[in-house]
Ligand binder design. Structure first.
Ligand code: G6P
Length: 475
Protein backbone atom coordinates (compact mmCIF):
# COMPACT_ATOMS: atom_id res chain seq x y z
CA UNK A 1 0.00 0.00 0.00
CA UNK A 2 1.46 3.41 -0.98
CA UNK A 3 1.56 6.25 1.54
CA UNK A 4 -1.91 7.67 2.22
CA UNK A 5 -2.31 11.45 2.38
CA UNK A 6 -5.67 12.50 3.83
CA UNK A 7 -6.78 16.10 3.39
CA UNK A 8 -9.87 17.61 4.99
CA UNK A 9 -10.85 21.07 6.14
CA UNK A 10 -10.53 20.06 9.79
CA UNK A 11 -7.75 17.94 11.24
CA UNK A 12 -8.88 15.10 13.53
CA UNK A 13 -7.14 17.01 16.34
CA UNK A 14 -8.22 20.56 17.11
CA UNK A 15 -6.45 23.23 19.13
CA UNK A 16 -7.96 25.62 21.60
CA UNK A 17 -6.34 28.35 23.60
CA UNK A 18 -7.61 28.41 27.16
CA UNK A 19 -8.23 31.75 28.96
CA UNK A 20 -4.98 31.32 30.96
CA UNK A 21 -3.05 31.00 27.66
CA UNK A 22 -2.42 27.24 27.74
CA UNK A 23 -2.93 25.27 24.52
CA UNK A 24 -5.36 22.37 24.58
CA UNK A 25 -5.45 19.55 22.01
CA UNK A 26 -8.74 17.80 21.46
CA UNK A 27 -9.10 14.61 19.44
CA UNK A 28 -12.26 14.33 17.34
CA UNK A 29 -14.36 11.22 17.80
CA UNK A 30 -16.11 11.78 14.46
CA UNK A 31 -16.96 9.23 11.79
CA UNK A 32 -14.12 10.07 9.44
CA UNK A 33 -11.43 9.92 12.14
CA UNK A 34 -12.79 6.54 13.29
CA UNK A 35 -13.15 5.18 9.77
CA UNK A 36 -9.66 6.03 8.74
CA UNK A 37 -8.23 5.12 12.15
CA UNK A 38 -7.11 1.62 11.22
CA UNK A 39 -5.46 2.77 7.96
CA UNK A 40 -3.93 5.62 9.77
CA UNK A 41 -2.30 3.37 12.35
CA UNK A 42 -1.36 0.46 10.12
CA UNK A 43 -0.12 2.21 7.00
CA UNK A 44 2.22 5.02 6.35
CA UNK A 45 -0.16 7.95 6.31
CA UNK A 46 -0.60 11.55 7.26
CA UNK A 47 -3.41 14.06 7.61
CA UNK A 48 -3.44 17.67 6.42
CA UNK A 49 -6.07 20.15 7.63
CA UNK A 50 -7.07 23.16 9.69
CA UNK A 51 -6.52 22.79 13.45
CA UNK A 52 -9.56 25.00 14.24
CA UNK A 53 -7.72 28.12 15.43
CA UNK A 54 -7.01 31.35 13.51
CA UNK A 55 -3.38 32.26 12.83
CA UNK A 56 -3.66 35.43 14.95
CA UNK A 57 -4.63 33.24 17.93
CA UNK A 58 -1.09 31.85 18.26
CA UNK A 59 2.27 33.52 18.84
CA UNK A 60 5.08 32.57 16.47
CA UNK A 61 6.80 30.29 18.97
CA UNK A 62 3.44 28.67 19.82
CA UNK A 63 2.83 27.95 16.14
CA UNK A 64 6.15 26.10 15.99
CA UNK A 65 5.30 24.16 19.13
CA UNK A 66 1.88 23.20 17.76
CA UNK A 67 3.40 22.09 14.45
CA UNK A 68 5.90 19.85 16.25
CA UNK A 69 3.31 18.28 18.56
CA UNK A 70 0.91 17.65 15.69
CA UNK A 71 3.67 16.11 13.58
CA UNK A 72 4.11 13.45 16.24
CA UNK A 73 0.48 12.51 15.50
CA UNK A 74 1.18 12.54 11.74
CA UNK A 75 -0.94 15.70 11.39
CA UNK A 76 0.14 18.75 9.36
CA UNK A 77 -1.74 21.96 10.13
CA UNK A 78 -2.87 24.51 7.55
CA UNK A 79 -3.03 27.93 9.22
CA UNK A 80 -5.37 30.65 8.04
CA UNK A 81 -5.90 34.21 9.14
CA UNK A 82 -9.13 35.52 10.66
CA UNK A 83 -10.29 37.23 7.44
CA UNK A 84 -9.63 34.14 5.34
CA UNK A 85 -11.58 31.97 7.76
CA UNK A 86 -14.41 34.46 7.70
CA UNK A 87 -14.74 34.66 3.92
CA UNK A 88 -13.76 31.08 3.10
CA UNK A 89 -15.26 29.02 5.96
CA UNK A 90 -18.13 31.22 7.23
CA UNK A 91 -18.54 32.74 3.77
CA UNK A 92 -18.17 30.58 0.68
CA UNK A 93 -18.38 27.19 2.46
CA UNK A 94 -21.22 27.87 4.83
CA UNK A 95 -23.16 30.74 3.25
CA UNK A 96 -22.86 29.69 -0.39
CA UNK A 97 -22.15 25.99 -0.92
CA UNK A 98 -23.81 24.57 2.20
CA UNK A 99 -27.28 26.14 1.65
CA UNK A 100 -27.19 25.58 -2.13
CA UNK A 101 -26.21 21.92 -1.90
CA UNK A 102 -28.88 21.38 0.78
CA UNK A 103 -31.66 22.90 -1.37
CA UNK A 104 -31.94 26.26 0.44
CA UNK A 105 -31.36 28.56 -2.57
CA UNK A 106 -32.86 31.60 -0.84
CA UNK A 107 -30.19 31.39 1.89
CA UNK A 108 -27.34 31.45 -0.64
CA UNK A 109 -25.05 34.46 -0.76
CA UNK A 110 -23.32 34.93 -4.10
CA UNK A 111 -20.28 37.02 -3.26
CA UNK A 112 -17.24 37.38 -5.43
CA UNK A 113 -14.96 38.09 -2.49
CA UNK A 114 -16.06 34.86 -0.81
CA UNK A 115 -15.26 33.02 -4.03
CA UNK A 116 -11.83 34.67 -4.37
CA UNK A 117 -11.02 33.71 -0.76
CA UNK A 118 -12.23 30.14 -1.36
CA UNK A 119 -9.82 29.90 -4.31
CA UNK A 120 -7.06 31.44 -2.20
CA UNK A 121 -7.57 29.02 0.70
CA UNK A 122 -7.69 25.98 -1.60
CA UNK A 123 -4.34 27.26 -2.89
CA UNK A 124 -3.04 27.60 0.71
CA UNK A 125 -3.99 23.95 1.27
CA UNK A 126 -2.26 23.10 -1.99
CA UNK A 127 0.96 24.82 -0.86
CA UNK A 128 1.05 22.77 2.35
CA UNK A 129 0.28 19.60 0.38
CA UNK A 130 2.93 20.37 -2.27
CA UNK A 131 5.64 20.59 0.42
CA UNK A 132 4.85 17.12 1.66
CA UNK A 133 3.60 15.19 -1.37
CA UNK A 134 5.53 12.45 -3.16
CA UNK A 135 4.51 11.34 -6.66
CA UNK A 136 3.52 7.79 -5.66
CA UNK A 137 1.30 8.85 -2.73
CA UNK A 138 -2.38 8.03 -2.62
CA UNK A 139 -4.29 11.27 -1.96
CA UNK A 140 -7.76 11.31 -0.40
CA UNK A 141 -9.47 14.72 -0.24
CA UNK A 142 -12.67 15.28 1.73
CA UNK A 143 -15.70 17.48 1.32
CA UNK A 144 -17.07 20.71 -0.05
CA UNK A 145 -14.47 22.98 1.54
CA UNK A 146 -11.81 21.65 -0.84
CA UNK A 147 -13.52 21.13 -4.21
CA UNK A 148 -10.78 22.94 -6.16
CA UNK A 149 -7.90 21.04 -4.59
CA UNK A 150 -7.98 17.87 -6.77
CA UNK A 151 -7.29 19.86 -9.93
CA UNK A 152 -4.66 22.07 -8.27
CA UNK A 153 -2.76 18.92 -7.35
CA UNK A 154 -3.39 17.33 -10.76
CA UNK A 155 -1.81 20.27 -12.57
CA UNK A 156 1.39 19.82 -10.59
CA UNK A 157 1.39 16.00 -10.52
CA UNK A 158 -0.28 14.68 -13.72
CA UNK A 159 0.25 11.03 -12.68
CA UNK A 160 -0.66 11.14 -8.98
CA UNK A 161 -3.68 9.17 -7.70
CA UNK A 162 -6.38 11.37 -6.17
CA UNK A 163 -9.67 10.38 -4.57
CA UNK A 164 -12.35 12.87 -3.55
CA UNK A 165 -15.35 12.21 -1.31
CA UNK A 166 -18.26 14.62 -0.93
CA UNK A 167 -19.91 14.24 2.49
CA UNK A 168 -22.94 16.42 1.68
CA UNK A 169 -25.58 16.00 -1.07
CA UNK A 170 -24.70 16.97 -4.62
CA UNK A 171 -27.80 18.90 -5.75
CA UNK A 172 -29.74 18.49 -8.95
CA UNK A 173 -28.46 20.36 -12.01
CA UNK A 174 -31.29 22.92 -11.69
CA UNK A 175 -29.82 24.07 -8.38
CA UNK A 176 -26.15 23.61 -9.14
CA UNK A 177 -26.41 25.74 -12.27
CA UNK A 178 -27.31 28.76 -10.09
CA UNK A 179 -23.65 29.04 -9.01
CA UNK A 180 -21.74 31.66 -11.01
CA UNK A 181 -18.55 29.60 -10.50
CA UNK A 182 -20.09 26.24 -11.42
CA UNK A 183 -17.67 25.26 -14.21
CA UNK A 184 -14.53 25.98 -12.20
CA UNK A 185 -15.91 23.90 -9.36
CA UNK A 186 -16.72 20.95 -11.62
CA UNK A 187 -13.23 21.15 -13.12
CA UNK A 188 -11.84 21.14 -9.57
CA UNK A 189 -13.64 17.84 -8.82
CA UNK A 190 -12.52 16.36 -12.10
CA UNK A 191 -8.84 16.56 -11.16
CA UNK A 192 -9.56 13.33 -9.21
CA UNK A 193 -9.27 9.72 -10.39
CA UNK A 194 -12.25 8.67 -8.27
CA UNK A 195 -15.13 10.81 -6.94
CA UNK A 196 -17.34 9.29 -4.23
CA UNK A 197 -20.80 10.27 -3.02
CA UNK A 198 -23.07 8.84 -0.32
CA UNK A 199 -25.86 7.85 -2.75
CA UNK A 200 -26.38 7.04 -6.43
CA UNK A 201 -28.70 10.03 -6.73
CA UNK A 202 -25.90 12.45 -5.79
CA UNK A 203 -23.54 10.70 -8.24
CA UNK A 204 -26.22 10.97 -10.94
CA UNK A 205 -26.77 14.69 -10.25
CA UNK A 206 -23.04 15.29 -10.49
CA UNK A 207 -22.75 13.50 -13.82
CA UNK A 208 -25.76 15.37 -15.15
CA UNK A 209 -24.13 18.73 -14.27
CA UNK A 210 -20.85 17.64 -15.87
CA UNK A 211 -22.71 16.68 -19.04
CA UNK A 212 -24.88 19.80 -19.26
CA UNK A 213 -22.26 22.34 -18.22
CA UNK A 214 -19.02 20.91 -19.57
CA UNK A 215 -20.40 18.76 -22.40
CA UNK A 216 -18.58 15.70 -21.01
CA UNK A 217 -20.53 12.46 -21.21
CA UNK A 218 -20.16 9.69 -18.70
CA UNK A 219 -20.38 6.03 -19.54
CA UNK A 220 -20.97 3.50 -16.76
CA UNK A 221 -19.72 5.95 -14.15
CA UNK A 222 -16.60 6.93 -16.09
CA UNK A 223 -15.94 10.39 -17.49
CA UNK A 224 -13.23 10.95 -20.08
CA UNK A 225 -11.51 14.27 -19.30
CA UNK A 226 -9.02 14.93 -22.09
CA UNK A 227 -7.80 11.34 -22.11
CA UNK A 228 -7.95 10.92 -18.33
CA UNK A 229 -10.56 8.57 -16.88
CA UNK A 230 -12.47 9.89 -13.85
CA UNK A 231 -14.63 7.35 -12.04
CA UNK A 232 -17.78 8.35 -10.16
CA UNK A 233 -19.51 6.04 -7.70
CA UNK A 234 -21.60 5.80 -4.51
CA UNK A 235 -20.06 4.73 -1.19
CA UNK A 236 -22.65 5.11 1.59
CA UNK A 237 -20.70 5.92 4.75
CA UNK A 238 -21.13 3.50 7.64
CA UNK A 239 -20.53 3.67 11.40
CA UNK A 240 -18.34 2.01 14.04
CA UNK A 241 -20.88 -0.81 14.21
CA UNK A 242 -19.02 -2.89 16.75
CA UNK A 243 -18.96 -0.07 19.31
CA UNK A 244 -22.65 0.88 19.02
CA UNK A 245 -24.00 -2.67 18.75
CA UNK A 246 -22.14 -3.63 21.95
CA UNK A 247 -23.42 -0.57 23.82
CA UNK A 248 -26.02 -2.46 25.83
CA UNK A 249 -23.21 -4.73 27.13
CA UNK A 250 -20.68 -2.00 27.92
CA UNK A 251 -20.38 -1.43 31.72
CA UNK A 252 -19.82 2.32 31.52
CA UNK A 253 -22.79 2.76 29.18
CA UNK A 254 -25.00 0.47 31.32
CA UNK A 255 -24.20 2.59 34.42
CA UNK A 256 -24.98 5.80 32.59
CA UNK A 257 -28.19 4.30 31.11
CA UNK A 258 -29.36 3.22 34.59
CA UNK A 259 -28.88 6.73 35.92
CA UNK A 260 -30.89 8.17 33.05
CA UNK A 261 -33.66 5.61 33.39
CA UNK A 262 -34.01 6.47 37.05
CA UNK A 263 -34.54 10.13 36.12
CA UNK A 264 -37.15 9.42 33.44
CA UNK A 265 -39.05 6.69 35.33
CA UNK A 266 -41.62 4.85 33.23
CA UNK A 267 -41.96 7.56 30.64
CA UNK A 268 -41.12 6.78 27.04
CA UNK A 269 -38.01 8.51 25.83
CA UNK A 270 -37.88 10.16 22.43
CA UNK A 271 -34.54 11.57 21.28
CA UNK A 272 -33.50 14.21 18.79
CA UNK A 273 -29.74 14.67 18.28
CA UNK A 274 -28.23 17.10 15.76
CA UNK A 275 -25.64 19.72 15.12
CA UNK A 276 -27.30 23.14 15.22
CA UNK A 277 -28.29 23.52 11.57
CA UNK A 278 -31.34 24.73 9.64
CA UNK A 279 -31.00 21.68 7.36
CA UNK A 280 -31.79 19.36 10.28
CA UNK A 281 -35.50 20.25 10.48
CA UNK A 282 -35.44 20.91 14.25
CA UNK A 283 -38.17 23.57 14.13
CA UNK A 284 -40.57 21.37 12.14
CA UNK A 285 -39.83 18.54 14.58
CA UNK A 286 -40.72 20.77 17.54
CA UNK A 287 -43.92 21.85 15.77
CA UNK A 288 -44.75 18.17 15.42
CA UNK A 289 -44.29 17.63 19.17
CA UNK A 290 -46.60 20.57 19.87
CA UNK A 291 -49.25 19.23 17.48
CA UNK A 292 -48.85 15.69 18.81
CA UNK A 293 -49.63 16.85 22.34
CA UNK A 294 -52.49 19.01 21.15
CA UNK A 295 -54.08 16.10 19.27
CA UNK A 296 -53.22 13.36 21.78
CA UNK A 297 -53.61 14.81 25.29
CA UNK A 298 -53.64 11.25 26.68
CA UNK A 299 -49.89 11.17 26.04
CA UNK A 300 -49.22 14.09 28.39
CA UNK A 301 -46.67 13.00 31.06
CA UNK A 302 -46.20 9.72 29.18
CA UNK A 303 -42.99 10.67 27.34
CA UNK A 304 -40.03 13.04 27.40
CA UNK A 305 -38.28 14.43 24.35
CA UNK A 306 -34.53 14.72 24.96
CA UNK A 307 -33.43 17.39 22.53
CA UNK A 308 -29.66 17.52 22.03
CA UNK A 309 -28.42 20.40 19.90
CA UNK A 310 -24.67 20.52 19.32
CA UNK A 311 -23.34 24.10 18.95
CA UNK A 312 -22.10 24.79 15.42
CA UNK A 313 -21.20 27.70 13.07
CA UNK A 314 -22.71 30.20 15.49
CA UNK A 315 -20.72 32.98 13.75
CA UNK A 316 -23.09 32.64 10.78
CA UNK A 317 -26.33 34.65 11.00
CA UNK A 318 -28.75 31.88 10.01
CA UNK A 319 -27.34 29.60 12.72
CA UNK A 320 -27.53 32.28 15.36
CA UNK A 321 -31.17 33.02 14.44
CA UNK A 322 -32.04 29.33 14.46
CA UNK A 323 -30.64 28.97 17.97
CA UNK A 324 -32.95 31.76 19.17
CA UNK A 325 -35.91 30.16 17.44
CA UNK A 326 -35.25 26.76 19.04
CA UNK A 327 -34.87 28.35 22.50
CA UNK A 328 -38.22 30.09 22.05
CA UNK A 329 -40.06 27.01 20.76
CA UNK A 330 -38.77 24.82 23.60
CA UNK A 331 -39.84 27.46 26.12
CA UNK A 332 -43.25 27.75 24.47
CA UNK A 333 -43.92 23.99 24.45
CA UNK A 334 -42.62 23.41 27.99
CA UNK A 335 -44.71 26.34 29.22
CA UNK A 336 -47.84 25.17 27.39
CA UNK A 337 -47.85 21.50 28.44
CA UNK A 338 -45.41 21.21 31.35
CA UNK A 339 -46.41 20.78 34.97
CA UNK A 340 -44.64 20.58 38.33
CA UNK A 341 -43.87 16.91 37.76
CA UNK A 342 -43.31 16.86 33.98
CA UNK A 343 -41.20 18.81 31.52
CA UNK A 344 -42.02 17.62 27.97
CA UNK A 345 -38.65 18.66 26.47
CA UNK A 346 -35.27 18.24 28.08
CA UNK A 347 -33.09 20.59 26.10
CA UNK A 348 -29.29 20.22 26.04
CA UNK A 349 -27.32 22.74 23.97
CA UNK A 350 -23.88 21.13 24.05
CA UNK A 351 -21.75 18.34 22.68
CA UNK A 352 -22.32 15.21 24.78
CA UNK A 353 -19.41 12.88 25.58
CA UNK A 354 -19.61 9.73 23.45
CA UNK A 355 -20.50 7.50 26.41
CA UNK A 356 -23.41 9.73 27.52
CA UNK A 357 -24.72 10.05 23.97
CA UNK A 358 -24.57 6.29 23.46
CA UNK A 359 -26.36 5.72 26.77
CA UNK A 360 -29.09 8.01 25.50
CA UNK A 361 -29.40 6.01 22.27
CA UNK A 362 -29.40 2.88 24.37
CA UNK A 363 -32.43 3.83 26.48
CA UNK A 364 -34.40 5.77 23.84
CA UNK A 365 -37.70 4.24 22.71
CA UNK A 366 -37.93 6.45 19.64
CA UNK A 367 -35.40 8.48 17.63
CA UNK A 368 -36.72 11.40 15.61
CA UNK A 369 -34.32 12.01 12.72
CA UNK A 370 -36.13 14.34 10.36
CA UNK A 371 -33.65 16.54 8.48
CA UNK A 372 -35.02 18.65 5.62
CA UNK A 373 -31.94 17.54 3.67
CA UNK A 374 -28.91 15.54 4.79
CA UNK A 375 -26.02 13.94 2.91
CA UNK A 376 -26.20 10.76 4.97
CA UNK A 377 -27.04 11.19 8.72
CA UNK A 378 -25.05 8.90 10.95
CA UNK A 379 -27.20 9.49 14.07
CA UNK A 380 -29.92 7.34 12.47
CA UNK A 381 -27.42 4.51 11.94
CA UNK A 382 -25.80 4.83 15.37
CA UNK A 383 -29.17 4.75 17.13
CA UNK A 384 -30.28 1.65 15.24
CA UNK A 385 -27.00 -0.16 15.90
CA UNK A 386 -27.67 0.09 19.66
CA UNK A 387 -30.95 -1.75 18.94
CA UNK A 388 -29.62 -4.99 17.47
CA UNK A 389 -32.18 -7.62 18.58
CA UNK A 390 -33.85 -4.94 20.73
CA UNK A 391 -36.82 -2.58 20.73
CA UNK A 392 -36.57 1.01 19.55
CA UNK A 393 -38.17 2.86 16.65
CA UNK A 394 -36.43 5.09 14.14
CA UNK A 395 -38.52 7.80 12.48
CA UNK A 396 -36.45 8.89 9.51
CA UNK A 397 -36.72 11.62 6.91
CA UNK A 398 -36.87 10.53 3.31
CA UNK A 399 -34.53 13.48 2.56
CA UNK A 400 -31.60 11.90 4.43
CA UNK A 401 -29.13 9.83 2.43
CA UNK A 402 -29.50 7.15 5.14
CA UNK A 403 -33.13 6.54 4.07
CA UNK A 404 -31.78 4.73 0.99
CA UNK A 405 -30.46 1.97 3.26
CA UNK A 406 -32.99 2.08 6.12
CA UNK A 407 -36.29 1.56 4.35
CA UNK A 408 -37.78 -0.50 7.22
CA UNK A 409 -37.79 2.55 9.53
CA UNK A 410 -40.89 4.78 9.69
CA UNK A 411 -40.11 7.05 6.75
CA UNK A 412 -41.61 10.57 6.71
CA UNK A 413 -41.55 13.69 4.60
CA UNK A 414 -39.92 16.14 7.07
CA UNK A 415 -41.99 19.06 5.78
CA UNK A 416 -45.21 17.24 6.62
CA UNK A 417 -45.75 18.02 10.31
CA UNK A 418 -48.96 15.93 10.40
CA UNK A 419 -47.03 12.95 9.02
CA UNK A 420 -44.44 13.29 11.82
CA UNK A 421 -47.28 13.43 14.36
CA UNK A 422 -48.76 10.20 12.93
CA UNK A 423 -45.32 8.60 12.89
CA UNK A 424 -44.78 9.35 16.60
CA UNK A 425 -48.14 7.81 17.41
CA UNK A 426 -47.35 4.77 15.29
CA UNK A 427 -43.95 4.39 16.97
CA UNK A 428 -45.60 4.39 20.43
CA UNK A 429 -48.08 1.73 19.33
CA UNK A 430 -45.78 -0.71 17.48
CA UNK A 431 -45.48 -4.06 19.23
CA UNK A 432 -42.13 -5.17 20.64
CA UNK A 433 -41.97 -8.02 18.09
CA UNK A 434 -42.54 -5.65 15.17
CA UNK A 435 -39.80 -3.33 16.41
CA UNK A 436 -37.27 -6.11 16.89
CA UNK A 437 -38.03 -7.48 13.43
CA UNK A 438 -37.57 -4.09 11.70
CA UNK A 439 -34.32 -3.49 13.55
CA UNK A 440 -32.97 -6.96 12.76
CA UNK A 441 -33.10 -6.39 9.00
CA UNK A 442 -31.53 -2.95 9.21
CA UNK A 443 -28.84 -4.08 11.65
CA UNK A 444 -27.87 -6.87 9.32
CA UNK A 445 -27.23 -4.27 6.62
CA UNK A 446 -25.37 -1.89 8.95
CA UNK A 447 -23.11 -4.65 10.26
CA UNK A 448 -21.95 -5.48 6.74
CA UNK A 449 -21.04 -1.97 5.62
CA UNK A 450 -19.20 -0.42 8.56
CA UNK A 451 -17.11 2.73 8.53
CA UNK A 452 -13.94 0.64 8.16
CA UNK A 453 -15.49 -1.20 5.20
CA UNK A 454 -16.48 2.13 3.66
CA UNK A 455 -12.93 3.49 3.86
CA UNK A 456 -11.43 0.24 2.59
CA UNK A 457 -13.84 0.02 -0.33
CA UNK A 458 -13.14 3.61 -1.36
CA UNK A 459 -9.37 3.04 -1.24
CA UNK A 460 -9.61 -0.29 -3.10
CA UNK A 461 -11.61 1.46 -5.81
CA UNK A 462 -9.10 4.27 -5.91
CA UNK A 463 -6.32 1.78 -6.61
CA UNK A 464 -8.53 0.18 -9.30
CA UNK A 465 -9.11 3.62 -10.82
CA UNK A 466 -5.35 4.09 -10.97
CA UNK A 467 -4.99 0.74 -12.77
CA UNK A 468 -7.78 1.61 -15.24
CA UNK A 469 -5.95 4.85 -16.01
CA UNK A 470 -2.64 3.02 -16.51
CA UNK A 471 -4.28 0.53 -18.90
CA UNK A 472 -5.97 3.35 -20.79
CA UNK A 473 -2.76 5.40 -21.10
CA UNK A 474 -0.72 2.46 -22.42
CA UNK A 475 -3.28 1.52 -25.09
C1 G6P B 1 -20.71 18.32 8.00
C2 G6P B 1 -19.66 18.48 6.90
C3 G6P B 1 -18.25 18.35 7.47
C4 G6P B 1 -18.09 19.28 8.64
C5 G6P B 1 -19.15 18.99 9.70
C6 G6P B 1 -19.06 19.91 10.92
O1 G6P B 1 -20.77 17.01 8.42
O2 G6P B 1 -19.88 17.55 5.88
O3 G6P B 1 -17.29 18.64 6.47
O4 G6P B 1 -16.80 19.16 9.20
O5 G6P B 1 -20.42 19.16 9.11
O6 G6P B 1 -19.13 21.26 10.55
P1 G6P B 1 -17.95 22.29 10.80
O7 G6P B 1 -18.36 23.47 10.00
O8 G6P B 1 -17.94 22.52 12.28
O9 G6P B 1 -16.66 21.69 10.33
Amino acid sequence: MPRLVIISNRLPISIQKKPGGSIEYQRSAGGLATGLGSFYKNYESLWIGWPGIVREGLKLEETKLVKDSLKEEKCYPVFMGRRDIDWYYNGFCNRTIWPLFHYFPTYVKYDNEYWETYKKVNKIFFDTVADILQPDDLVWIHDYQLMLLPNLIREMYPEIVIGFFLHIPFPSYELFRLLPWRNEILMGFLGSNLIGFHTYDYARHFQSSVRQLLGLDSLLGQINVNGRIVKVDAFPMGIDYHFYSQASKNKEIINESDKLKEKFGNRKIVISVDRLDYTKGIIKRLKAIDLFLEKNPEYEKKFTLVLVVVPSRIGTKNYFLLKKQIDEMVGYINGKYGSIDWIPIWYLYRQLPLMNLTALYNIADVALVTPLRDGMNLVAKEYLATKAERKGVLILSEMAGAARELGEAIIVNPNDVEAIVEAIKKAFLLSAEEQVEMNRTMNHRLSRYTIEKWAKEFLDNLIKARDTQLEYSTK
